[in-house]
Design a protein around this ligand. Structure first.
Ligand code: XMP
Length: 327
């Protein structure tokens, strides 16, 4: 059988029992493939890499070296959650790299969205390669490639991110244990592996992270306003039953200020834009109808709790004409 392809007659993994059968088979295959060698994984905390990490921990334990790079553009609490779940609870061999200053220094003053993406992607590979070079005897590189990635690369829609574009001196054999799964199946497998719901059922989050929600040149203070307001929106959506219902929701802090009043005094501060959209495939999207009272409550919290913000706006624009993200 070609292990690289999803068999045409494969049953969709929708139950814990089916997930367990998949896990048992993969654990066996991973042990056969990896033997007593070491395997490296870039663990972002996203669904796919988290499920791959959990599978590898089950299969080869401390032969897995997981590297979590904090590029400073992660959401509030994410680096902490990755360390708690994988290092503290699953006892993974986890290397945490605080690269916040490195990324933000490189991004300082850069306004072009595509250049920002290139810097974030390029710097990520450099940081990851530096960590890989410090390790001895790593033969394998694990990746969270999923079935739609393979289909899209075959159709020429998206370049398959094979080996993440690592420099040539780092040549690893690939380990891709979820490559025949659809996203919903990866989630079911993740739950069966004991990963928390907050990790398995989280909303999509772009690779360049909060960087594309801080339009124009990223500054630390405005980035902090994005991170804090995003945390408030996520908390309120969870509390009000919207977290599992709305496809993607977040905040953006544009680079302009307007006049307001705080404590009886004039202030000149940023607005926060709240965006909440529904879609099936992210090619088009509709705007969520958020209860007015909830928006009022979110507004009150953001202007009172987030430093440097005096207004909250809601984005009513579907895709098209607007894209989901702002850059
Ligand atoms: P747009 O903004 O194009 O977004 O309507 C569609 C979906 O793709 C996500 N997105 C990205 N994901 N790297 C990613 O990994 C990116 O550079 C990127 N840009 C957008 C976006 O969050 C939405 O789910």
């Amino acid at each position: 059988m070609d292990n690289n392809r999803r068999p045409d007659n494969m049953t969709r993994i929708t139950t814990p029992e089916l997930a367990q059968a998949f896990i048992d088979e993969q654990v066996k295959l991973l042990r056969e493939q990896i033997g007593s060698d070491k395997v490296l994984l870039a663990l972002s905390g996203g669904v796919d890499s988290s499920v791959v990490a959990a599978l590898l921990i089950k299969a080869v334990g401390s032969q897995l070296v997981a590297v979590h790079v904090n590029h400073g553009l992660l959401r509030k609490g994410e680096p902490e959650q990755v360390q708690k779940v994988f290092r503290d609870e699953m006892k993974a061999n986890l290397i945490y790299v605080d690269a916040v200053d490195r990324f933000l220094d490189k991004l300082a003053g850069v306004t072009d969205p595509e250049q920002k993406r290139m810097i974030i992607g390029g710097e990520f590979i450099e940081v990851f390669a530096e960590e890989a070079r410090k390790l001895d005897g790593v033969k394998f590189l694990a990746q969270g490639t999923i079935w739609p990635d393979i289909l899209e690369s075959e159709k020429g829609i998206k370049a398959h991110h094979n080996a993440g574009g690592l420099p040539e001196d780092l040549s690893f054999e690939l380990v891709e244990p979820v490559k025949i799964l659809f996203k919903d199946e990866v989630r079911v497998v993740g739950s069966a592996l004991g990963l928390p719901d907050g990790m398995v059922y989280r909303q999509p989050f772009p690779g360049p992270g909060l960087g594309v929600r801080c339009p124009g040149a990223i500054t630390r203070d405005r980035l902090e306003a994005v991170r804090e307001s995003d945390a408030i929106v996520r908390e309120e959506f969870a509390k009000n039953g919207l977290a599992g219902k709305v496809w993607q929701y977040f905040t953006v802090v544009p680079d302009f200020k307007s006049t307001g009043i705080k404590n009886g005094e004039r202030c000149f501060e940023w607005p926060v834009i709240v965006r909440a959209v529904n879609t099936r495939d992210a090619m088009t999207a509709t705007v969520e109808n958020i209860p007015f009272e909830l928006m009022q409550h979110i507004t009150e919290r953001i202007v009172n709790e987030v430093k440097g913000v005096n207004r909250v706006l809601y984005d009513f624009t579907p895709k098209p004409t607007a894209t989901i993200e702002y850059e």
